[in-house]
Design a protein around this ligand. Structure first.
Ligand code: NAP
Ligand code: 8YV
Length: 308
């Protein structure tokens, strides 16, 4: 008999057909209607940008594993899972390159104003006057908040551009790059602040008005982590008043329904949470997510368990 599975979010057809071949999908409506159906659910599959509510987990007495298609686990009730002995898996490392590529691409796009330049040409304005000068990446001071798997991949990709790198986190990793325990000081010394730390209560609003003011009018912010790490009111005000030079944002509070005030700002590059969204990377993530589920149900072993 196939194990019962509850799915949160949607997956591409090729992934969906593998899920459906190996599991009996039980819908959320069934959980609400029928406690016996709820009691047949042994696995949850989800995506890291969607919430797994604690109240839902409470209603699934036979739940053994939550497998997320993503590295972040800020929207999974980890403590409840640990108390219940529910295994939680994610998909680390296989997405580092894609997220790092997006961070570097977004940064270059922000500095060189590529969306504006594209619009300039399309609107026929080139023949009237040259496009305004933009900012170089070479020689800039770059601070990375959260130098983990993705942060290091970003740093390694940025180094050949001739930047000076420093990082912030809870621990000095004794690397060649300078460690800065105070985020505001990292921002003060940086031309570019890149955020790549996990979401959750510990990092909530760590990029606040103080940090943005420290970054200053010549400073750029790039966020490929979670919207929750940035105080969006403070960011909107800083962008509007040109107290920072610009921002490139892949993640937002309340996404996908983001604050519409961003749309009116020219100094912000907006992306719809696409850090890991390449064909190759999403396939690798889905493979790892499925291998975790298979490992659990075939032998009680998973490949990439979340441990906090
Ligand atoms: P990771 O390897 O766990 O790295 C996280 C880094 O953040 C670590 O270096 C850690 O260093 C630091 N950190 C943790 N708590 C901190 C705190 N309270 N203050 C400051 N730094 C802290 O994680 P990863 O695999 O690189 O992923 C990072 C995050 O990227 C994910 O959690 C996810 O939210 C986001 N992400 C976004 C996308 C996207 O599509 N935009 C895709 C994938 C991932 P210390 O332990 O020394 O503090
Ligand atoms: C996607 C992510 O949002 O891995 C993460 O933490 O944020 C992303 O890769 C998504 O969860 C893909 O399913």
């Amino acid at each position: 008999m196939k194990p019962g599975l509850l799915q949160i979010g949607s997956f591409p057809p090729e992934v969906q057909s593998q899920i459906d071949a190996e599991f009996e999908r039980i819908g959320i409506d069934d959980v609400e209607r029928d406690p016996a159906r709820a009691a047949a659910i042994r696995a949850i599959v989800t995506r890291s940008n969607l919430e797994v509510p604690a109240a839902l987990v409470e209603r699934l007495p036979a739940l053994e594993i939550i497998a997320t298609n993503g590295v972040g686990y800020d929207l999974i009730p980890l403590e409840l899972a640990a108390r219940r002995g529910i295994v939680v898996t994610n998909t680390p490392d296989v997405l580092n390159a894609a997220v790092a590529e997006l961070a570097v691409g977004a940064l270059l796009s922000l500095l060189r104003k590529l969306p504006q330049a594209d619009r300039y040409v399309r609107e026929g304005r080139w023949a009237q006057a040259n496009f305004s000068l933009t900012a170089s990446l070479a020689g800039k001071q770059v601070g990375i908040a959260g130098l983990g798997r993705i942060g290091k991949d970003i740093a390694r990709r940025l180094a050949p551009f001739g930047v000076n790198l420093a990082y912030h986190g809870r621990t000095d990793q004794q690397l060649a790059w300078r460690f800065e325990p105070d985020l505001a000081l990292l921002a003060r010394d940086a031309d570019i602040l890149i955020v790549a730390a996990p979401g959750g209560p510990e990092t909530a609003r760590m990029v606040d008005a103080r940090v943005l003011d420290a970054l200053g009018p010549q400073g750029y912010l790039v966020n490929v982590a979670r919207g929750s790490l940035v105080d969006e009111e403070a960011l909107l005000a800083a962008l509007r008043e040109n107290r920072i030079a610009g921002a490139a944002l892949d993640v937002f509070d309340g996404e996908p329904d983001i604050d519409a005030r961003f749309f009116g700002l020219e100094n912000v590059l907006l992306m719809p949470h696409i850090g890991s969204a390449t064909v190759e990377t999403r396939a690798a993530m889905a493979r790892l997510m499925l291998d975790n589920l298979r490992g659990w149900f075939r032998g009680g072993r998973v490949l990439t368990q979340v441990s906090k």
